[in-house]
Ligand binder design. Structure first.
Ligand code: ATP
Ligand code: MG
Length: 245
């Protein structure tokens, strides 16, 4: 048991959830590495939602508001860390949930669907794999014809850079959550929320429920500028960090 008084309690709880996810066959072993990279960047942003992440969550909510067929893509890490929040966001935004894995296995898809159903999710896609994202080889290309394939706006937290580019080439609006503002995914998406999925997903839902000027938010949105703000923040924090100790 991690004591609640530990200064990095939340981070340690997340680490345990990911480790348990690996043991239960929900998180792929390489998900541990992805999580570690995320942790490092979370440390650099102070393990809290900063202004640039709040703005990006608002922009993501605006795109979801105007979407005809929004889809939320879920992998093992996201299911282990934020299953309930994904279901709540999908319900609020009228989005379908699709389990879509980089390292695809029928068994892991089934288990992740089980986690999402236990969190209240219904009609979850992913098992069928009856369509392909053009330009990708192997199983990574498989998706659901009713889900990602026919979506107009897709939220893909912790996505691989290659697949993000392929989704863009299909003409989709791609929203991502990625703690690394330098990743290819971060640079290729229409909206990049540089924040932890555990904080970003509820922030998107709260914005979705409160905004009433989606068109204006989208018109004014500049993802590159916002990523630059995230990088500037990290740089300034790195310069100041010793004075805080
Ligand atoms: P690229 O986008 O450049 O191809 P990548 O896809 O190879 O990078 P991965 O390690 O596969 O990088 O992707 C995981 C990404 O998800 C990392 O950039 C990491 O910072 C981010 N990440 C990991 N855990 C979380 C989390 N809990 N919340 C938000 N982002 C996270
Ligand atoms: Mg990536």
């Amino acid at each position: 048991m991690i004591p609640k008084s530990h200064p990095r309690y939340e981070s340690l709880v997340m680490r345990e959830k990911i480790a348990k996810g690996v043991e239960e066959g929900i998180v792929h072993i390489t998900g541990l590495i992805a999580h570690g990279r995320g942790e490092a960047f979370d440390y650099l942003i102070g393990e809290k939602t900063q202004d640039f992440a709040m703005k990006a969550a608002e922009a993501a909510a605006a795109f979801l508001k105007l979407a005809q067929h929004p889809v939320i893509s879920v992998n093992g890490n996201v299911a282990a860390l934020a299953a309930e929040e994904v279901v709540k966001l999908a319900d609020a935004a009228g989005a379908r949930i699709e389990v879509n894995l980089f390292h695809r296995s029928e068994e892991r898809i089934r288990k992740i669907i089980g986690v999402l159903e236990a969190a209240g999710g219904r009609n979850i896609l992913g098992n069928e794999g009856d369509a392909r994202i053009p330009g990708l080889e192997h199983d990574r290309a498989l998706c659901s014809s009713e889900g990602i394939y026919s979506s107009d706006v897709v939220l893909v937290p912790l996505e691989d850079g290659d697949r993000c580019e392929a989704l863009k080439k299909m003409g989709k609006v791609v929203l991502t959550i990625d703690l690394n503002p330098l990743s290819r995914t971060a640079r290729c998406a229409d909206v990049t929320i540089v924040d932890n999925v555990t904080r970003a997903i509820p922030n998107i839902r709260r914005s979705y429920e409160s905004i009433d000027d989606a068109e204006k938010i989208i018109e004014e949105w500049d993802n590159r500028k916002n990523l630059q703000k995230a990088l500037d923040f990290i740089c300034s924090r790195l310069q100041k960090i010793y004075s805080e100790c």
